[in-house]
Ligand binder design. Sequence first.
Ligand code: NAD
Length: 356
Amino acid sequence: MNKTIAIIKGDGIGPEIVTEAMGVLDAVAAKFGHTFTYRDAPMGGNAIDAFGVPLPDSSLETCLSSDSVLLGAVGGPKWDSQPSANRPERGLLKLRAAMGLYTNVRPARMFSDLSAACPLRPDIAARGIDFVVVRELIGGVYFGEHSTEEVDGEQKATDIMAYSEHEIRRVAHVAFQMARKRRKRVTSIDKANVLDTSRLWRKTVTEVAREYPDVELLHMYVDNAAMQIVRDPSQFDVIVTENLFGDILSDEASQITGSIGMIPSSSMGEGTRGLYEPIHGSAPDIAGQNKANPIGTILAAAMMLRFSFDMAAEADAIEAAVDAALKAGFRCGDILQTGGTLVGCREMGEAIRSRI
Ligand code: NAD
């Protein structure tokens, strides 16, 4: 297959980690007979320096006309004094909106060789952690009306949380389709005992579930879910939830698997084009020092192959190579444990590439 990939290296450690992910993609292309064509799309602080804006039109066009987008991270102290409308993160928000990305998917998977980095009790960690959080990304309270007014001599603030059936339905379909390729269980998380939006959420997800009789659907209140994720994460396969709950639960889910440097994320809309990135930021404190862990970005590239290009075997090959490199003892600083071999970003990339 021939695929074009827009590459946003970004700022800080972005160029280092994306370079390693591209190296791994090249190894996959060579092994499986594909051609990946990379198209550079400057975004973030570096784009502000070069073009005066965080997302130049030319970069947006490159992303919209490519088969998928791979991103490192944007931002850093150099651009903190920019007016809020011209900060590096604005580029990312504009890109998400322009690509119509309404679903965010974040896996919470613990590699068995990193179980010592898991903050949960060993007997809980031993049961394994392997689930995904499917989060609605462009609705709910983050996108509702916000206002602050003076009422009876004091300030009163209001944030509106609204959901329409179609917004719930489309993200529910993503969750059920994903569950079909996994262990066939969806846990829908809401606060239906209190919120109208949650009651509509529960009713709509239940309706969508009828189209997937082979997938089990469970409902859980968000406060219970926050507790269950640390009590017994092995019970989850696919979690689907609205924007605010998903923001909080997906961070909790990442934390229990170990380091922030290990976790990928994908954002999808209609069609197969997605935005794939690690969950961490540009880590300016270690930028340019060959210290960054590239695994989150490499696993993001694997997600791109699986979800956007329907290349399951190729994605499996990347995930197996990451597993093998960890088993061989290679560790970047953020995941170093006794007995591991400390390596830099380039060496970790090479260790994974050579195991494809
Ligand atoms: P961060 O995720 O960049 O860093 C937090 C800590 O984790 C740092 O100590 C860093 O060294 C470490 N870390 C992060 N990724 C690592 C990796 N791959 N390997 C090893 N260690 C790693 O968060 P921050 O410091 O709060 O933010 C730095 C900048 O990144 C800010 O400008 C912020 O706005 C931006 N940011 C961007 C994105 C994005 O592009 N999607 C996301 C979050 C933050």
